[in-house]
Design a protein around this ligand. Structure first.
Ligand code: ADP
Length: 626
């Protein structure tokens, strides 16, 4: 967040909020239009009532003509009812739109996460910035959360001021008659100017005091963020089912309580409470006193003028109402501007995240749609290190995928297998060398198009709390037969029969009480079915069987040759026995591709890494008799 001493200019506050308004408007079409209409009606409707009741009172206090009174009364009732109705309808819409705004404004962050370079998603700073934004939103609704309110308060105050001015001008124009003696001073231009200046001063002073309160609130941000972090980390700990066993075994509630009891910003003896009881509370009270004093000044001035005979009693209610509304709206405007300034550091953090640049080159070539699946991918002297790392994770890798063949990638943990797949899927670009698809550098292809060539089951795949079929198809409308076939091919057929609503059974219980909790192994089979359903020319399984028991693993591998059909299939595995069936095996070690060949060929090289790994695993299996 910005430093306390940093001065925020009005221009900066308006500039960043105007940008925010333009950016967020696209996500919530109609929201701002409804809000604008409601604000204008809400700002102007009191004046209609004030004006018409003043006319009625003047008539009652004066000539009392029935033919004037009746139309005035009917107009007052009709217009007040109509405006109240309109305002009520618009308010309903505004509330509904506001709720939608609350949900939709988050899409801007989701879109950014999905479109940013994968390398940036990995960075701690990215997550830190995003969590600062979320915590700012949760604490007093700063950031984009405030935009809706700013917009509505800003319009309401501006139109409120314009309406009040229109009804107040005549207050200063109406002259006290010469017969009023000393009170004719009320006509004097200097007196009027001094009175207006005093009004403006008081109207400005009150929000200035309120803005001091906002500054105190903003100064608590860091403390509040820490308080929120504590709450997020420990607040719901005891109610999370996944933690239930650990908490019991390790008495974790003791340490959680220790942190929760820490003197954080939200406790009664914390910084915020002290400020509220001290200076922040005092400024708030001062603001209230000044507003009351201002109303008093208006009453005295208006009543004196009426007493001196400048206008009749009906106009007193008009002027008192209009001038009070004027000062209220000036205060609202200044408070809104002050809070906008308070929101600037939060908006800056928001844009620090949204402005993370995409530095990966995005090509525009479309990939050929080939029925023969003749997609040839080649690594040419590829070297890569992760951003911020000085170690090469891949070094001088040269290889060509054989179309339609089964390829296994093996090696110890940390040897570079997953990195190899991440580069193949262009989640990162290599620092040296290039990867080619049908002879063209993959950077030159449109990324979406390029991704269509691959179906990947990553180790850390995620399923959604959605019906099974929708999970497999990645869409709520799908070809049920194809989904069933993909699930059968992935070894899920038997389990599918026991699913209470078949393909329509919800996975997990987050959205549906009758949802089914699938085991790790079952989830993996569903993920494999999802990859099969996509039917891309390349199918990649990154340690796909890690969560499967040996029987399920054997079941999948024995069938996979057949399932993969004419696709090029790549398996990453640390269980060498799973890779025996592959046409070719790549052996990685410390980021280098050190051996390649068939299982038998590699085993023949007794001094080779593959043979060493094989013997180590064979020994393990024999000793542990797994
Ligand atoms: P494997 O899949 O064979 O277990 P990886 O490809 O995951 O190995 O890792 C290769 C090397 O790259 C390891 O030294 C690992 O520590 C490093 N590495 C992996 N991911 C990252 C990352 N996001 N940032 C920095 N280094 C990483």
């Amino acid at each position: 967040m910005g430093k306390k001493s940093e001065k925020i200019t009005l221009r900066e506050a308006f500039g960043i909020h105007y940008r925010a308004f333009q950016d967020i408007r696209k996500y919530c079409p109609g929201t701002f239009l409804v809000t604008a209409l409601h604000s204008v009606i809400r700002a102007l409707s009191p004046y209609v009532t004030i004006y018409l009741s003043a006319r009625i009172l003047n008539e009652l206090a004066g000539p009392r003509r029935g033919e004037v009174l009746w139309p005035l009364v009917l107009l007052a009732i009709g217009s007040t009812a109509l405006l109240a109705l309109l305002s009520g309808i618009l308010f309903r819409y505004k509330v509904a739109m506001g709720a939608r705004y609350g949900a939709r404004k988050n899409h801007i962050f989701a879109d950014k996460m999905l479109s940013m370079d994968y390398a940036d998603i990995d960075k701690t700073e990215t997550h830190d910035t995003l969590s600062k934004i979320k915590q700012g939103e949760n604490w007093q609704g700063w950031g984009f959360n405030r935009l809706f309110r700013f917009f509505s308060d800003f319009l309401q105050s501006v139109f409120g001021i314009l309406g009040a001015i229109a009804l107040t001008v005549s207050l200063f124009m109406m002259q006290v008659p010469e017969t009023a003696g000393a009170l004719t001073v009320l006509n004097h231009p200097v007196f009027i100017l001094v009175f207006i200046a005093a009004l403006a001063f008081a109207a400005g002073l009150s929000p200035m005091c309120k803005n001091k309160v906002v500054k105190y609130e903003v100064s608590c941000t860091e403390d509040a963020l820490f308080g929120n972090r504590l709450f997020i980390a420990f607040g719901y700990m005891s109610s999370e089912p996944s933690r239930a066993s650990d908490i019991r075994m390790h008495n974790q509630q003791v340490i959680a309580r220790h942190y929760m009891d820490m003197d954080n910003a939200f406790s009664v003896v914390g910084k915020m409470s002290k400020l509220a009881a001290g200076p922040a509370g005092a400024w708030n009270a001062a603001s209230g006193c000044i507003s009351a004093g201002l109303t008093g000044m208006v009453y005295v001035f208006v009543c004196l003028k009426a007493w001196a005979g400048a206008f009749s009693v009906g106009s007193v209610s008009q002027y008192v109402g209009a001038v009070t509304a004027l000062s209220k709206n000036i205060s609202l405007l200044l408070e809104t501007v002050g809070t906008m300034k308070g929101n600037v550091p939060f908006m800056k953090t928001t844009y620090q995240f949204l402005d993370i640049p995409n530095t990966m080159y995005q090509g525009s070539l479309t990939t050929e749609k080939r029925a023969d699946r003749n997609y040839e991918v080649e690594f040419q002297d590829v070297s890569f290190k992760y951003p911020g790392s000085s170690q090469w994770s891949l070094r001088h890798v040269n290889m060509k995928f054989q179309i339609g063949k089964r390829l296994a990638v093996v090696g110890e943990n940390g040897s570079g297998k997953t990195t190899f797949i991440k580069l193949l899927c262009r989640l990162y670009d290599p620092q040296e060398g290039q990867i080619l698809l049908n002879g063209i550098d993959i950077r030159k292809y449109n990324y979406r198009d390029y991704m269509d060539v691959f179906s990947v089951v990553f180790q850390d795949f995620q399923l959604l709390s959605q019906p099974l079929g929708a999970n497999v198809a990645g869409s709520s409308t799908y070809d049920r037969e194809r989904v069933r076939k993909a699930l059968t091919d992935a070894g899920f057929a038997q389990r599918l029969e026991t699913m209470p609503q078949g393909l329509d059974t919800y996975l997990y219980k987050d959205l549906e009480a009758s949802g089914v909790e699938v085991s790790g192994g079952e989830a993996q089979k569903i993920a494999i079915a999802r990859a099969l359903y996509k039917d891309a020319p390349f199918i990649i399984l990154d340690e796909p069987t890690a969560a499967l028991d040996p029987i399920a693993e054997a079941e999948i591998y024995s069938k996979f040759n057949e399932i993969a059909g004419d696709k090029t299939a790549i398996y990453i595995s640390h269980r060498l026995s799973s890779c025996k069936f592959c046409d070719e095996i790549l052996v990685f070690h410390a980021g280098e591709l050190i051996q390649r060949g068939t299982h038998e060929g590699l085993l023949a090289d007794e001094n080779g890494k593959y043979c060493q790994l094989w013997n180590a695993q064979a020994q393990y299996y024999t000793q542990k008799a797994v």
